[in-house]
Ligand binder design. Sequence first.
Ligand code: ZN
Length: 558
Amino acid sequence: MKIILFLLFILLTTFSFCQIDSNSFYHSPLDIPLKLSANFGELRPNHFHMGIDYRTNGVEGIKIFAIEDGYIARVKVSPFGYGKVVYINHPNGITSVYAHCSSFSGKLDSIVKQKQIEQQNFEIEFLPDSNLIPVKRGEAFALSGNTGNSSGPHLHFELRDTKTEIALNPLINGFEVFDTLAPTIKGLKIYALTKESYRWPNKSKLINVTRTKNKFQIPNSLVTIPADYCSQGGIGFAIEANDHINGYTHEFSYFGSKLIVNNDTVFIQENDEITFDASKAINTHEDIEENKKSKRKFQKSFKTKQNPLEIYTLDKNGVVKIKPYDSLNVKYQVYDTHNNTSEIDFKLKVQNGLINQKLFNITNQLSPASEYKFEDTSSFIRVKEGCVYEPIPLNFQNKTGISIGNASNPIHTPIEIKLRLKNAELPVQKYIIKNTSLNKALDTKYNEGWLTAESKNLGTFVIDFDTIAPSLFPLNFNLNDTLLKKSTITWKVNEEKTSLKDYDLFIDNQWQLLEYESKGSYLFYRRQSNFVGKHLLKIIVVDSCGNSRIWEKEITFE
Ligand SMILES: [Zn+2]
């Protein structure tokens, strides 16, 4: 019977794909059965997961296929982010993205290598014309890998709207999975809010949810909150829940949630598409403080005016108005892409009592609603409107360098900092602005007596300098080895204070491709097997302050 139901399900889902979009029948992007390790919309530090991750059996080198006819429209090679990544534009207006590749194949590989030699740089990015590298549906153009910001071999796969570059949820755009299991609800949070729907500091309540069979419950199906939660008129809700997919033991992020209060739907979240510009606003969608404290991930069902995310389908902010002695019926529904839904019901009672007449008001604050700028003869700082997600204490000082806010507070857009460089004893290039709260050097420029930088964090900024070159030493051979059989030769590179800006390998004074892997900070050279004999290897590594180190050695390859 189960098998019959399963077959019926396949038939029905297949039928519905036909009805929705005949283009849904994409070719598989991998040469092995597709197994998910992460889905779309998963909560990550500072961003949503903008695609899906496919397992590659724990190894690199699995063939990657074009899901449909099209042309390679963008290629990037970077030691960071997506590593080696390919973007293919398809005639149906969709772009497919294949990230963390280990290598490219065929024509794509020769074109990339040619660009790298032309530019004498491992790191390249280019946008080929539509007729340069056409691909056929099912054509292999790369091998899977673990390059860039990836913590194990896998394929990160994305679908985007070619025109807008909005990331689309693959699980509802042709890459459906068999799923009959509903999400698990684990916790609820209730927050007292200000008039602008910012959270009132330290006024929130966490309620654990338990499960008996398929029913989710909280003790007595009742939550009571103090009267002072009503002080500015509104409260907000958040939910902790995860989805399950048949055949997987690990959990996935849910697709949608719906908050219903007294039979009125007050908030809906659906992860159907996410824009890259808005993705960092996960720092206001998720309760980041709770995550830092307990590692639990609560997603809010209310939003501030400045929240740019488009995953909210109603034209409402989710704030629920209450007053002392109110009693509300609250219902939460959480669902996956197949509408498998879990539900929790409870009564919310507001205690009787006095409300707090002292209004929430931080003086000297950084606010999302306005720009903050400070300028004098030795320092300058600008925090744009919409940079912080909620009002926070300004914490400004400019006695030692310049300080603003708190480094642990996430921000949406970079802040601008300028510090005057007086009595420079070193070449100006050696000076940097450093965020001492995070011990992090910023990418710094010098302009007419000023050091300038942008920072993705708040904190304390001072002038520092770097005169020490990166270190470099052999990793898979010994310093006294003069004879090498290895096909890949690896070095460890270390830059203490700033970052590695350039790295070049010359063999017999000819530039050769030297790859850089930022995760473990390795440089490596892949030798063609027919490249033998005695050769002079010379590597030059340079940091962002122009400090360089040269490593030179005569090696005989066998
Ligand atoms: Zn991924």
